[in-house]
Each structure stands twice: as C-alpha cells, then as structure tokens.
Design a protein around this ligand. Structure first.
Ligand SMILES: [Zn+2]
Length: 123
C-alpha cells in the first residue's frame, strides 16, 4: 500500500519533457528501495542526504541528466547494462554483456576499487 501510494505520487508529478524514461527510471528506483535492508537504507539516505520517502526516486534521473552535460558526457555508458537474456529460459547478467567502453557493472567495480563508499565492503 505504501509503495503503491509512493509510485502514484511520483507518476503524477513526472515532468512530461522526459516522457516514459523519467517514469521508468523513477519506478525502478522506487521499487528497488523497497528491497533494501535497514542498514542499507540508512547508508543510501546518508550518501544522498535525503530521508524523504522517495529518496531513490528523487535521484533516479541523475545519471541521465549528468551524461548530457559537458563534464558528464564520458559517463553515458556507465549507468546501464544491456543484459543478454532470453526470458524465461535465462535471466541474469554476465560481464560479457558489458561492452568494451564500459557499463554500470564495470563502472561500480572501478569506483569501489578507487575507494568509493564501500557499501558492500564495510559490513
Ligand atoms: Zn537512463
């Protein structure tokens, strides 16, 4: 019920300029945040400095907005991966799905190796 109300609130406040891309990004973010562990919620909210109910939905467009800036142009391939899946037979992500220019998986690995927040390494 809570998640449904949150999705409706976001869906009705979506700027039309981004079309379904905005709605898709925010919907995935809001669904994903429902599966976070309490300690992960605290860590993510701390990083984002946002404790509002839609803390992940509110940042879901950042990567797409950043990649359109001169400073962020390099990051364009780093916020997604086109997984080679054929549901329902196979459903998963492999590093072979990551193109040579990079993807979100290689970008996260690179970030963590450079001393990122280490959300997955500190527990
Ligand atoms: Zn995107």
């Amino acid at each position: 019920m809570k998640a449904t109300a949150l999705l409706v609130a976001v869906a009705t406040s979506v700027p039309s300029v981004y079309g379904w891309g905005t709605l898709g990004h925010q919907t995935v973010a809001l669904l994903a945040q429902q599966y976070l562990l309490p300690e992960t919620i605290s860590a993510v909210q701390g990083i984002l400095n946002d404790t509002t109910p839609a803390y992940m939905g509110r940042i879901a467009l950042w990567a797409d907005q950043f990649r359109t800036t001169p400073d962020g142009k390099f990051s364009s391939p780093f916020h997604f991966i086109d997984a080679n899946v054929t549901p329902p037979g196979t459903c998963g992500v492999a590093m072979s799905d990551c193109p040579e220019e990079g993807c979100v998986v290689s970008a996260i690995a690179n970030y963590v190796s450079r001393g990122g927040p280490g959300l997955w390494l500190d527990s």
